[in-house]
Design a protein around this ligand. Structure first.
Ligand code: NAI
Ligand code: MG
Length: 327
């Protein structure tokens, strides 16, 4: 059945990597209608709104959103979109690639990040001169939903272990609730190993011994931080894709932002965006198409035909063309 996909390139390298991913997607015979829409810093300049109403409406009407990156307006665009579309689970795999010089080989971790609450709710107030407060919201309902999602993902993908990350020794109420809910959901999945760590210690374990992790489940802000850390273990943000899924909607976006330090140079690594497109293909059941693209990308990376972040000398579009050529 045909799918309606809202494509939002956004700002900076978002636009560059989106063009690259579309070059690859257009090589496949897919019944997708792509509707290109604007959002981000540039949209705000043009229309006064980082997430224009028409863009939001189109996203709600679509079967999926394919998103590049926003700049300084990220909170008003992508964080808001995740809330508006109730994509409660943010799935962020960190997987090693052959040929990439990274801290470790054979890392294969999936981070399952709660996407609808925590400090990212944006409940922030200036309460007095020089005093700002933020409210952290954690609910049993959202914690249970994300914990169950993590265990179901582990089951589906044949993974062995789920680790919950929190800071319940200090944030006794919010993280305490999250930890307790994870522990009780774990009891429903006796076949899957479960443990939990404090987030700070977990960061050390991740850097020193990533192999002790399989599926990670955590709250919104910790998930944001730890997913960049995990990306760093396997070669950087240029390789890190993600999916935001809910009951009705799905948003696919690379983990990285608009990267103003390299934007406009045509050297952004398109892999994260291409892998993100693959997550969308899998979501719609186009598994063999996703595998074809992933195999092609793997071989391109293994041969060193990459952008400078991975040590190569290709431009964004040249790397995408290498992938497209092999399909
Ligand atoms: P960033 O993710 O844009 O970049 C961090 C570092 O990674 C930079 O050195 C950048 O050059 C590098 N990098 C990122 N993607 C890369 C790629 N595909 N290829 C090669 N190198 C890559 O995060 P940063 O610099 O903290 O934020 C820049 C802007 O992006 C900010 O305005 C921020 O608000 C926004 N942002 C947006 C996000 C989104 O739309 N989902 C997520 C994170 C940041
Ligand atoms: Mg982030």
């Amino acid at each position: 059945m045909g799918k309606r996909i809202t494509v939002i390139p956004g700002d900076g390298i978002g636009k560059e990597v989106m063009d690259a991913a579309m070059l690859v997607l257009n090589k496949l015979d897919l019944p997708f209608d792509y509707i290109w829409m604007e959002a981000g810093d540039e949209a705000k300049e043009k229309y006064g709104k980082a997430l224009p109403d028409e863009t939001l409406e189109e996203c709600k009407r679509s079967d999926a959103v394919l998103f590049g990156a926003a700049g300084e307006t990220a909170a008003d665009v992508i964080v808001r979109l995740r809330f508006e579309l109730e994509t409660f689970a943010n799935i962020r795999p960190a997987k090693s690639f052959k040929g990439v010089k990274a801290l470790y080989d054979n890392v294969d971790i999936v981070i399952v990040r709660e996407n609808t609450e925590c400090l990212y709710k944006g409940f922030e107030f200036n309460v007095a001169d020089g005093v700002a407060e933020g409210i952290r919201v954690i609910t049993r309902k959202a914690s249970e939903r994300i914990a169950r999602y993590a265990f179901e993902l582990a089951k589906r993908e044949g993974r062995k272990k789920v680790t919950a990350l929190h800071k319940a020794n200090v944030m006794k109420k919010t993280c305490g609730l999250f930890r307790d809910v994870c522990r009780s959901v774990a009891k429903e999945y006796p076949e899957i190993e479960f443990n939990d760590y404090y987030i700070d210690a977990a960061c050390m374990y991740l850097v020193m011994d990533p192999y002790r992790f399989d599926v990670i489940v955590t709250t919104n802000m910790f998930g944001d931080i730890v997913s960049d850390l995990a990306a760093g273990l396997v070669g950087g943000l240029g390789l890190a894709p993600s999916a935001n899924v809910g009951e009705k909607h799905a948003i696919f976006e690379p983990v990285h932002g608009s990267a103003p330090d390299i934007a406009g140079k045509g050297i952004a690594n398109p892999s994260a965006m291409i892998l993100t497109a693959c997550m969308m293909l899998r979501h719609f059941g186009y598994v063999s198409e996703a595998e074809r693209v992933e195999r092609a990308l793997e071989s391109v990376i293994a041969e060193g035909k990459t952008t400078p972040d991975l040590g190569g000398s290709l431009k964004t579009m040249e790397m995408a063309e290498e992938v497209a050529k092999r399909l």
